[in-house]
Structure formats: C-alpha cells, structure tokens
Design a protein. Structure first.
Length: 66
C-alpha cells in the first residue's frame, strides 16, 4: 500500500469540488445559450424535412395504389 507524499487537506478537496461544480454550471449555461440561438433554425429545418417527407410519402402512396 503506497502512501501519498502530499496528502490534500479537506479544504483543498472542498475547493476542488466547488470549482468542478462551478465549471459544470458554466458549461451547461453556455450549451443552453448556444442551443437557444440555433433552436429556430433547427425547428425550421425539421419542418422543411417533414414537409418534404410527407409529400414524398403521398406521391409514393398514390403511385403504388394502382
């Protein structure tokens, strides 16, 4: 069993945990801001793709019906 030559105090561990939580919160905030900025574009793209797919499905249905 090896012993750590530089043991960290509980205060260092708490500060490290707080910094990790802070970094995670900042990363989540940035990700949400990016998502909010591109969300209208994504919704428009999904709508266009859905309309194209629906038109294609109707055409295929009408062709294969007879």
């Amino acid at each position: 069993m090896s012993v750590d030559p530089n043991p960290r105090s509980w205060f260092d561990r708490v500060i490290g945990a707080c910094m990790s939580v802070l970094l995670a919160v900042v990363a989540l905030y940035c990700a949400i801001q990016v998502l909010q900025s591109i969300l209208p574009f994504l919704i428009a793209c999904v709508g266009v793709v859905a309309i194209i797919w629906a038109v294609w499905a109707v055409i295929q249905y009408r062709r294969n019906r007879y």
